[in-house]
Design a protein around this ligand. Structure first.
Ligand code: DUC
Ligand code: ZN
Ligand code: ZN
Length: 488
């Protein structure tokens, strides 16, 4: 009998800390041994000349979700997870999104019903909380956190999703008490709608004005406020999809003070600019996302944040809408920018883009690449060490990369259901050619090898990232507030 179910021979194993050339033995879906001459497997993969990296974890993607404007994503859990897998991602953490009036428990059940029969790779869920009722705060959230939904996103913007500061504090204090991490969409809604009204009143309705309507100062202000709200109740926060220098600087400053403030950025802020929104007719709608892409200089700023560690995670924020009446053009062939569903696809290209432009161009090393795309997310969201690394005992979620493979991006080669890619024509070097999830070969020879529904739900642990510092601001510290009891 062979020692392993599978052995991957001769590849170079890359983790967030090391690079080693060795064989990988897989048994019962887990990495069982790393080394040379470790034995044989029932199945063998020759990975000579290839890189073995932990399968990516996409910790920010929208799948089979109805947007605030009532538009259904183009990808369901089948196309979304297949597309992720072809791009080297083996775990996704999409959102179970509460719309106002929804009960959180019912929302979670609904997403399980959608994902269970379709996902081909493993998945967890973040919650989106838009309606922090007494029931949600005191019963549903604590119970769901205990059941493995240990992170939630809140919005400071949009009429249908926005929490005010008071509600944010309510949610943050539940997160602190129960051990969950709060992800924050930080943009100042009043600034956005004030500028939007003036743009629309002036007849400036084309998609390109979307970029003008979300000024960088709106992101910077809200990021500053989000951090302050977290500080008041000593709750760690993670600022999602950061696009603007001011926001990045707020995060950096907070980190330099020792606060638990985490940052996420996405491909659209490295590879797109606001000029992409300036296309003929409604075509710019394909690039409308929030926050919007900024300018060339802004891209370099975001690269700096990736290099200096301000950003811990690089997610896709895959928010897929087709360029037709089911998606971007739901309001008609010439929508105002206000009517365009916000979001761009990116679940499949996230890793190849960062590999080619980051590692390939010498901006980051392989360790940073792995950390940004897999390891840090596993740690931040309570999936480590099962996910996010190649180590004995971890799930055998491995992407085997050909670091020299050259690819010119076009939508036909992708596996999502969006119908276009914002990255069309880009020339990339490096591509994941074989992708394993729990030791199962999911993708090989440019073909999907597994069935719909073979992905598993992953309950998340309460992450260390969410543990409070124990450093509440003096005014609410029982030792400094004349004895008043302020319950968090
Ligand atoms: N926020 C997201 O996280 N994704 C898409 C659009 C948005 O506003
Ligand atoms: Zn958002
Ligand atoms: Zn998003």
């Amino acid at each position: 009998m062979a020692a392993f179910d599978l052995i991957i021979k001769g590849g170079t194993v890359v983790t967030a800390t090391d690079t080693t050339t060795c064989d990988v033995g897989v048994r019962d879906g887990k990495v069982a041994a790393l080394g040379r001459d470790i034995g044989d497997g029932d199945r063998e993969i020759d990975a000579t000349g290839k890189l073995l990296m932990p399968g990516g974890i996409d910790s920010h993607c929208h799948i089979e979700q109805v947007s605030g404007m009532g538009v259904m994503c183009a990808d369901d859990f089948y196309t979304g997870s297949v597309s992720a897998a072809f791009g080297g991602t083996t775990t996704i953490i999409p959102f179970a999104c509460q719309h106002r009036g929804d009960q959180l428990r019912a929302v979670v059940k609904d997403y399980h019903d959608r994902a269970g029969p379709k996902a081909v790779i493993d998945y967890a869920f973040h919650l989106i909380v838009t309606d922090p009722t007494e029931q949600a705060l005191n019963q549903d959230l604590p119970a769901l956190i205990r059941d493995g939904y240990t992170s939630f996103k809140v919005y400071m913007t949009y009429d249908g999703t926005k929490l005010d500061d008071f509600q944010m504090l309510d949610v943050l204090s539940v997160a602190r008490r129960e051990g969950a991490l709060t992800m924050i969409h930080a943009e100042n809604w009043d600034m956005i709608r004030w500028v939007t009204k003036r743009l629309i009143d002036g007849g400036n309705t084309a998609p390109k004005f979307h970029a003008i309507s979300h000024p960088q100062v709106a992101e910077g202000e809200a990021t500053n406020r989000a951090i302050a709200l977290g500080r008041l109740v000593d709750a760690p926060v993670l600022i999602v999809h950061v696009s603007a220098e001011e926001a990045m600087e707020e995060i950096r400053l907070a980190q330099s003070k020792g606060l638990k403030v985490f940052g996420e950025t996405c491909p659209q802020y490295l590879f797109l600019t606001m000029d992409d929104l300036d296309k003929p007719g409604a075509e710019g709608a394909m690039f409308c996302c929030s926050p919007p892409p900024r300018d060339k200089a802004g891209q370099e700023v975001i690269w700096r944040g990736i290099q200096n560690g301000t950003f811990q995670v690089f997610s896709s924020d895959h928010a897929p809408y087709r360029f037709d009446e089911t998606g971007k053009l739901k309001a008609g062939p010439n929508p105002t920018f206000k009517q365009v569903a916000n979001g761009v696809p990116g679940i499949e290209l996230r890793l190849p883009l960062l590999f080619s432009e980051g590692v390939g161009k010498g901006r980051i090393d392989l360790q940073r690449f792995v950390d940004l795309t897999a390891t840090a997310a596993a740690k931040l969201y309570g999936l480590h060490p099962r996910k996010g690394t190649i180590a004995v005992g971890a799930d055998a979620d491995i992407a085997i990369w050909d670091p020299d493979k050259k690819v010119t991006v076009n939508w036909d080669m992708l596996h999502d259901n969006v119908g276009y890619t914002p990255y069309d024509g880009m020339e990339l070097t490096g591509w994941p050619t074989t992708v394993l999830s729990r030791g199962r070969v999911v993708v090989a020879d440019e073909t999907l090898q597994v069935d719909a529904g073979s992905g598993e739900f992953l309950p998340c642990d309460k992450p260390k990232s969410a543990e409070p510092l124990g450093r509440i601001v003096p005014e609410v510290d029982p030792k400094r507030n004349f004895g008043a009891e302020i319950l968090f």
